[in-house]
Design a protein. Sequence first.
Length: 145
Amino acid sequence: MKKAILFSLAALVTAPLLVLAAGGDDNSVMELEKKAWDIYKNRQADAYKALLAPTYTGIYDVGMKDVQKEVADMNDVELRGVSFSDMHVIHPSKKVAIVIYKADVQGALKGKDFSGPYNCSSVWMNDKGGKWLCVLHTEVKVGTQ
């Protein structure tokens, strides 16, 4: 039992070091998340697509989107602004980062305003080349239940 506790404590202490060694420090992953929003806002389809894994899924109140649908819908979205709060990162492994945050979004989809506060999360995976790619993104508008 003592060995198991000591092993668990050692794992908790060394895990953040492994994440940093893999290039997954919290600030760089949070900046990547913010960059994705900025690229989307500026409708830079190729740059946005380059941030998404081939198996990417976006989950929204209007449905789920794969890479092609996400990029195609970019033309229907007028993202006027976004601000972030309570952003933090969880690393379940050295190759995975989960970004969780609140976003205050100002925008419209096909002319219909969707502005408001959202609870968001994204899962980023470090591929074999050391590049972080988004595999999952969710947005839930606060107070829509």
